[in-house]
Design a protein around this ligand. Structure first.
Ligand SMILES: [Zn+2]
Length: 216
């Protein structure tokens, strides 16, 4: 029976990095819904073109279309032993659609690790980023500070904050994530498939907990 993992975690918790490590360790392909979306659009697949037409009209891509992309991806040979899903599902409606889809593959959602972190930690991590104007070198006021405040170590150019890294934008993104995901977390917790992992620690410690939860 294939194994399906749904990895949950707010922006700034290092979910993408952990997904890569887990994929490598377990041998399950990492399926990022964002990447899958971009791939379909870039390759102008039928699903990609349909998605694009909604986006061109400024409309949300319907759930049926997203699940069709996931179905197509999961039916590829590299997913015969299962997959690690990242970015999907986002809502309980999508979670139910995923359950239905996985029965087609003779499987179910086996594990839902949720890498949790406080809003304060996430805001600090995401809003501390400063970018170099000349070449895009990235610094962090706490984790990777430049030698001289506001100046790039590599080329001496000025550092600035991208719109996405400003504290107001970051706070809004985090709030949207928690508002949107709270019902999904409750959904998986009630089923007993959720494992909460403390994301306020080093990458290595989080990886160790994740692998323990997954039985590796
Ligand atoms: Zn620079």
């Amino acid at each position: 029976m294939p194994t399906y993992i749904v990895l949950l975690g707010p922006p700034g918790v290092g979910k993408g990095t952990q997904a890569e490590i887990i994929a490598k360790t377990t041998g399950l392909p990492h399926i990022s819904s964002g990447d899958l979306f971009r791939e379909n659009i870039k390759n102008a697949t039928k699903l990609g073109e349909m998605a694009q037409s909604f986006m061109n009209k400024g409309e949300l891509v319907p759930d049926e279309l997203t699940i069709a992309m996931i179905r197509e991806r999961l039916s590829r040979p590299d997913c015969s032993a299962g997959a690690l899903l990242d970015g999907y599902p986002r809502t309980t409606v999508q979670a139910r659609a995923l359950d239905k889809l996985l029965t087609e593959f003779g499987g179910k959602v086996n594990h839902v690790p949720y890498i949790a972190a406080s809003k304060a930690t996430l805001t600090e991590r995401l809003s501390g980023r400063w970018t170099c104007k000349a070449q895009g070198h990235i610094f962090h006021v706490k984790y990777n500070p430049p030698k001289k405040a506001g100046i790039c170590d590599m080329d001496g150019s000025k550092l600035y904050q991208r719109e996405d890294d400003k504290v107001e934008t970051v706070s809004r993104r985090i709030k949207v994530y928690f508002d949107q995901t709270a019902p999904l977390i409750t959904f998986y917790r009630q089923r007993g498939s959720l494992s909460e992992i403390d994301g306020d620690r080093s990458i290595e410690q989080v990886t160790a907990d994740l692998l323990a939860v997954l039985g590796n």
